[in-house]
Unconditional design. Structure first.
Length: 55
């Protein structure tokens, strides 16, 4: 898990699939400029040498 930032909080990491790489669903909250928190969810594919965040 990455270090936390004052503007970003990772709230959950859920492994979805393992094979050649790992597919993980990450739920996080990001603080907007007006101070409100917005919850977002992305899927991350990591094959060891590289990683990509899927929209």
């Amino acid at each position: 898990m990455l270090p936390q930032s004052p503007n970003l909080r990772i709230t959950a990491e859920t492994p979805i699939a393992r094979g050649t790489g790992t597919l993980t669903r990450v739920t996080y909250e990001r603080r907007s400029q007006d101070g409100h928190w917005k919850r977002l969810r992305r899927e991350i594919y990591d094959n060891g040498d590289s990683a990509v965040a899927l929209p």
